[in-house]
Design a protein around this ligand. Structure first.
Ligand code: ADP
Ligand code: MG
Length: 318
């Protein structure tokens, strides 16, 4: 199968069917009508062996590629519109492509995002997805947090980190293990939630590298400090089953890959934000406060600083 057949068969069309795509896959470039609003552009690259394990299940991988990118748009409060895919493949494996494209299409279609173009090359498996989204009002930035704000997080934390244990052990026998693995492969981009709170919250980030590391970006961009209370962190019943509480808390504090949303919200807006989350069907938990100063600290049940958490998160270059 040559490159053109491959593209036609697996990627044209994929994702949401949108009227504002004038020319999708098939010409030298895509043509879309620009929504008469500000646009948000984000790209994420996933490299086999680095961002996901070798021989990953292709359908799950396709869904995850969509979800982690959609999560970046969510963190800006943008509505996803268009995607382009740069795909580097070791070979044109039809079964793999069928599964991968169906997972990717499912992830994109959930948010009515159309795949409008891309590039296909041969080489070590590398998947790069670019998304274009539209703002409906003001964006959610990392730089807006103010001393006195509450810090909130959506969903639960640490599940995806626990799934990495299972992936390396090859385990998936119990219900809670299945749940944790699904949290890794099928994260939920909080697109609707972000949109619902975008005019209420001061700042947001999606948690991809680890709670402390990512809150560190908000603290630095906003010129504030953030204090987290470890005991307040939302932990799923599956993670409680999976490991001792101390380990679960450590995963929640420093594990990445959950793609939950962290928000900074003024006390006066807290009840409106919690109400908006309920309307969206998303859990939102207060986990700490924004204070004056710099950096992120995490306190234990006695109010003492948690010793030596690895706050740096995942980094490619140190
Ligand atoms: P060109 O040689 O002009 O760069 P390509 O052969 O790269 O064209 O692509 C042909 C068409 O297929 C273009 O519309 C391009 O955007 C699209 N395309 C290529 N690879 C992919 C892919 N992996 N996913 C989606 N669209 C793709
Ligand atoms: Mg090309």
């Amino acid at each position: 199968m040559d490159e053109f057949k491959l593209i036609e068969r697996f990627f044209a069309p994929l994702g949401g069917a949108r009227k504002d795509v004038t020319q999708g896959i098939g010409d030298d470039g895509a043509i879309v009508s620009s929504p008469s609003r500000e646009l948000v552009l984000a790209v994420d690259t996933l490299v086999e062996g680095c961002h996901f394990p070798a021989h990953a299940p292709p359908r799950e991988l396709g869904f995850r590629v969509a979800a982690v990118n959609l999560s970046d748009l969510a963190a800006m409060a943008a509505t996803p519109c268009f995607a382009t895919l740069a795909l580097t493949l070791p070979s044109a494996d039809e079964l793999w492509l069928t599964e991968f494209s169906s997972g990717l299409g499912e992830g994109l279609a959930r948010h009515n995002c159309a795949l409008v173009g891309g590039d296909t090359t041969r080489g070590p498996l590398t998947i790069s997805l670019q998304l274009i989204g539209a703002l409906q009002g003001a964006p959610l930035l990392r730089s807006g947090a103010c001393a006195g704000d509450h810090v909130l997080v959506s969903g639960t934390l640490g599940d995806a980190r626990a799934a990495l244990d299972l992936l390396s052990d090859g385990g998936q026998s119990t219900d809670h293990e299945t749940y944790l693995l699904a949290r890794y492969w099928r994260p939920t981009p909080r697109v609707e939630l972000a949109h619902a709170v975008s005019q209420l919250a001061h700042a947001a980030i999606d948690i991809s590298d680890g709670l402390l590391a990512d809150l560190g970006h908000i603290a630095a961009a906003s010129g504030v400090a953030i204090q987290i209370d470890q005991e307040l962190l939302p932990i799923s019943p599956a993670l409680v089953e999976h490991c001792p509480r101390a380990q679960a808390l450590a995963y929640a504090v420093t594990g990445g890959d959950d793609y939950e949303l962290a928000l900074c919200v003024a006390p006066a807006q807290l009840s409106a934000v919690l109400h908006a989350a309920r309307q969206c069907g998303d859990a939102l938990t207060v986990i700490g406060q924004v204070v004056g100063g710099q950096g992120v600290t995490c306190r234990d049940a006695d109010g003492l600083p948690v010793k030596n958490p690895d706050v740096s998160g995942y980094r490619h270059f140190r």
